[in-house]
Design a protein around this ligand. Structure first.
Ligand SMILES: *Cc1c(COP(=O)(O)O)cnc(C)c1O
Length: 396
């Protein structure tokens, strides 16, 4: 359902989440809930003639069930599950070779930033960061050897919205071989489907909204193109960053309530953001669902709404931010996002501490910038908690 002029959500999402890949006929028992298959190897009736599976790293029935569901939700064709979001990223960048060049958005997840700067560059792959909300700046950093474009939208923690279609077009105009990757962790396919805007690979930290219960670390990649899928399937097995069947079961189970959860995260986060923006101790609120957000119009064309994560700048400095965060009673002071429980954190010292100080300053990640992940509690209680923390911080 569209709200406030956002992109219409295609009907059938909840049905796909519940049924795609979950056919009871798959299992001899007719199990309605896909079983957790823990076997690491599978009997072959004749040498090198496996029935369907041979070894747990190359394929597992529980994992395949999840991968099918992920591909269907994304309007994709092939899904790949990994041991973590960074495991998925590591496998995706392994599509590249020494001498290749990557163009990456500047305000990218701290762990991806660290992976690119401290690991990928050491492998002889060049990376250029650019502000992806400025197409001219992006165009300038492309090189003859650019082979991949990596973006995340909305960005973290500044909540800038990037025009996926425009960036994909820019890349493909230079060469159809450039692989465009979108990290869709913050929105999930319920709120944004990057493959429909010219993206080649959608990457996830399933750890966040997709699992939504803060009890499994996992990642995924989803593609349409068969050839690209073959390369990823090879790397998934060759590199081995695969998840356990137990965790696949958890995430597959969680997808059944994804539509309901995202709908509530969307509503509650807008209620809290609207309250914060009127608060005297709040200087600004970065939330793409607010009309004053600089890319609000783009957000409405590209997204079906915004999730529960957003940031705001509060009055004071590090002392006040610390006091505020430590005074919260319902919001838990912790990294991560996307669970049923509300979280609050200080990106400058926590999630983005690994981003070099000068890049943090450039982006506006100050000690007064707070990031919230609005969970599924009653929004009135969350507002009361924030009000209590402001009072504890600012009243004598
Ligand atoms: C958490 C996160 C990752 C990394 O995923 P892990 O599952 O923690 O390895 C990547 N991208 C984004 C946007 C994230 O929030």
């Amino acid at each position: 359902m569209a709200q406030n002029g956002f992109l219409e959500q295609k009907p059938g999402f909840a049905t796909i989440a519940i049924h795609a890949g979950q056919e009871p006929e798959k299992w001899k028992s007719g199990a309605v809930v896909p079983p957790i298959v823990t076997a690491t190897t599978f009997k072959q009736p004749a040498p090198a003639e496996p029935i369907e599976f041979e070894y747990g790293r190359s394929g597992n029935p529980t994992r395949n069930t999840l991968e099918e569901c992920l591909a269907a939700l994304e309007d994709g064709k092939h899904g790949f599950a990994f041991a973590s979001g960074l495991g998925a990223a590591t496998t995706i960048y392994s599509l590249l070779s020494a001498g290749d060049h990557v163009v990456c958005c500047d305000d990218v997840y701290g762990g991806i930033n660290r992976l690119f700067r401290n690991v990928v560059q050491r492998m002889g792959i060049e990376i250029s960061f650019a502000d992806f909300t400025n197409l001219e700046k992006v165009e300038k950093v492309f090189q003859a050897n650019t082979k991949m474009v990596w973006m995340e939208t909305p960005t973290n923690p500044m909540m800038k919205v990037i025009d996926i279609g425009a960036i994909s077009k820019l890349a493909k105009k230079r060469s159809s071989d450039i692989i465009v990757v979108v990290d869709n962790t913050f929105l999930t396919p319920y709120l944004q489907k990057p493959l429909n805007f010219g993206t080649d690979i959608v990457v996830y930290s399933l750890t966040k909204y997709m699992n939504g219960h803060s009890d499994a670390i996992m990642g995924a990649a989803i593609v349409r193109d068969d050839k690209l899928a073959e390369r990823l399937r090879f790397l998934q097995n060759a590199m081995g960053a695969v998840p356990s069947p137990m965790d696949c079961y958890l995430v597959n189970r969680s997808l059944k309530t994804l539509a309901l959860r995202m709908e509530q995260h969307k509503k509650s986060s807008l209620i809290v953001a609207n309250w914060l923006k009127k608060h005297p101790q709040v200087l600004s609120v970065m939330h793409p669902g607010l009309p004053e957000h600089p890319q609000h119009e783009l957000a409405r064309r590209q997204m079906s709404g915004h999730s529960g994560v957003f940031s705001f700048v509060m009055a004071g400095g590090l002392k006040e931010s610390r006091k505020f965060l430590m005074s919260l009673q319902i919001f838990i002071l912790a990294e991560s996002l996307g669970g049923y429980e509300s979280l609050a954190e200080l990106p400058s010292l926590m999630t983005h501490a690994s981003v070099p100080a000068e890049q943090r300053a450039e982006l506006g990640i100050t000690d007064s910038l707070i990031r919230l992940s609005i969970g599924l509690e009653d929004p009135e209680d969350l507002i009361n908690d924030l009000e209590h923390a402001f009072k504890a911080t600012f009243s004598k």
